[in-house]
Design a protein. Structure first.
Length: 342
């Protein structure tokens, strides 16, 4: 069965541990919280011995199989963790996992953790066999209300009293970086007494900007039309020294996709996202952009991107992130096509 990260505590309290638990996703803090909670639950249920394996080039399946089949000299129950470096471990691993799925033992709990597992992975025989025999939790990055709830719950555990505006400020500073958010809350617990209600001015004095964004999150906000957030992300990428040409390439890629969608819509009267291999999670983003932009806008955008590409390749650009900001705003569309990108 599958459960959400926010529901992990309830799930763990509701029943005993199954033989297999899959925890996949790219958000490290939530994964760490869930796995720590699973370890505590296993300890409480008498799984006193823990073994850890990593599926890398030196991994030997025999060691894992032996661990699942042999009894410990010091404990009756064994808790085993296997870390995957890829959610697509290959044919050999798939065969081994199918065999492991048939090795259910009430005295052994196997926790498998790994990076984000797409629908294609979740539908494989090995993944389905393990998930159907146990639990599966996919950890997603938290945004907006979910992030606020996570921070509020974490603050409550630390006995912190934080005013709503201050909590919003923390969320804004730590978005995309829950580990930093956890650390900052812990620091607040050391800096302020339990009875103190932490206000926005307190946060401004003691916190530093900790948000961490990816170029893919940036382009998603461009498609969505949230340009305030997109430019904020761009500023953070600049602060982190992210290579500007990579951002440009991603803008070019999104512009090409939008152009194809406009052309498809003009020819057939509708958009076939599957034909362009656009997965369901991004379809609504492209729909927002299609509703907001026009074919004429796309001509302006593509021309500006071509000029910027030549500029980045052939000349020194003094302020590349100013150029990228202008390009991003063209997707609004903003009436700035007459402005120079130099």
């Amino acid at each position: 069965m599958q459960f959400q990260a926010y529901d992990a505590e309830r799930q763990l309290n509701a029943s005993s541990l199954p033989p297999f638990i899959l925890v996949f996703g790219d958000e490290p803090q939530q994964k760490l919280d869930i796995i720590d909670a699973i370890r505590a639950k296993a300890k409480a249920e008498g799984f006193d011995e823990r073994q850890n394996f990593t599926l890398d080039s030196e991994f030997e399946w025999a060691h894992l199989i032996d661990a699942m089949q042999s009894m410990s000299l010091f404990a009756d129950k064994q808790y085993i963790e296997l870390t995957l470096t890829s959610s697509k471990p290959g044919a050999v691993a798939a065969k081994q996992f199918l065999e492991i799925a048939n090795m259910q033992n009430s005295d052994v709990v196997l926790v498998i953790q790994g990076p984000k597992a797409g629908k294609d992975v979740q539908k494989t025989k090995w993944f389905s066999a393990l998930a159907n025999a146990g639990w599966f939790c996919h950890v997603y990055e938290l945004q907006n209300n979910q992030l606020h709830k996570w921070l509020a719950a974490r603050a409550n555990k630390l006995n912190l009293h934080i005013a709503p505006q201050a909590l919003t400020m923390i969320a804004d500073m730590c978005e995309g970086n829950l580990m930093a958010g956890r650390q900052e809350l812990e620091k607040l617990g050391l800096q302020f007494p339990a009875e103190h209600i932490i206000q926005a001015q307190d946060i401004a004095k003691v916190m530093v900007q900790q948000s961490r964004y990816s170029v893919f999150q940036f382009t998603d906000e461009i498609l969505r039309g949230d340009f305030t957030k997109a430019i904020k992300m761009l500023c953070r990428l600049d602060d982190e020294g992210f290579e500007p040409v990579v951002i440009l390439w991603n803008l070019v890629n999104e512009a090409q996709t939008l152009t194809q969608l406009f052309e498809m819509q003009a020819l057939t009267g509708h958009v076939d996202f599957k034909a362009l291999r656009i997965w369901s999670q991004k379809q609504s983003l492209y729909q927002n952009a299609l509703a907001r932009l026009s074919h004429s806008n796309m001509q302006t955008i593509n021309t500006a991107l071509s000029e910027a590409d030549i500029m980045f390749k052939s000349a020194y650009v003094a302020k590349p992130y100013v150029v990228l900001s202008h390009l991003a705003l063209l997707f609004m569309p903003a009436q700035i096509s007459e402005l120079s990108l130099a």
